[in-house]
Design a binder for this molecule. Structure first.
Ligand SMILES: Nc1nc2c(ncn2[C@@H]2O[C@H](COP(=O)(O)OP(=O)(O)OP(=O)(O)O)[C@@H](O)[C@H]2O)c(=O)[nH]1
Ligand SMILES: [Mg+2]
Length: 181
């Protein structure tokens, strides 16, 4: 199809069909990944239990259907992360920004994951969750603590947010929607 026809076809399709995307939620245990899926899907946080292995949830937001892989963050599940990140439109790395003791481990795991050749170029969204807690670090502080400036091989964004108060949730949805097809 010529470029012009392709654009027209895509525009017509966008009028009648949902856009779609697949994304993976990664991060240490207790960061708030399952809480994020719950708040995206239902508009509020419900009690969670630690994720064993992974769950897949379909969430539709503003005309975008998101297939969300919610991975377990405990050490024994981290070797699965790469498999569930292959081919996704975005990797969402969730951090408990108020748990200062966990940030070094969060940094190590993030950089180890991004070093996998199979994940080259996949856009990265880092979320500093739990910004309702007084000790939570800002987005700028997370850039330093997680050494995010060292990530130069892909599009990267960082937001401070809260699943509990839904602070910045709109910005997160906007960033994700912009990466749908
Ligand atoms: N204060 C506060 N607590 C939160 C927030 N988001 C999640 N939590 C709490 O953090 C705890 C862990 O949340 P989960 O969503 O289960 O964490 P997870 O990242 O899915 O953990 P794993 O499945 O073990 O990897 C729960 O007690 C949540 O209620 C938030 O924005 N603020
Ligand atoms: Mg979970």
């Amino acid at each position: 199809m010529s470029g012009w026809w392709q654009s027209l076809a895509e525009w017509l399709k966008s009028l009648f069909f949902n856009k779609e995307m697949e994304l993976s939620l990664i991060g240490l245990q207790n960061a708030g990944k399952t809480s994020l899926v719950n708040v995206l899907a239902t508009g509020n946080t419900t009690d969670t239990i630690p994720t064993v292995g992974f769950n897949m949830r379909k969430v539709t937001k503003g005309g975008v259907t998101m297939r969300v892989w919610d991975l377990g963050g405990q050490t024994r599940f981290r070797s699965m992360w790469e498999r569930y990140c292959r081919g996704v439109q975005a990797i969402v790395y969730v951090v408990d920004s108020a748990d200062l003791d966990s940030l070094d481990a969060a940094k190590e795991e993030l950089h180890a994951l991004l070093s996998k050749p199979s994940l080259a170029g996949i856009p990265l969204l880092v979320l500093g969750n739990k910004n309702d807690l007084p000790e939570a670090l800002s987005a700028n502080e997370l850039i330093t603590r997680l050494d995010l400036k060292a990530i130069t091989d892909r599009e990267t964004a960082v937001y401070s947010m809260s699943c509990r108060t839904q602070a910045n949730l709109d910005v997160v949805i906007k960033w994700l929607s912009a990466r749908s097809k």
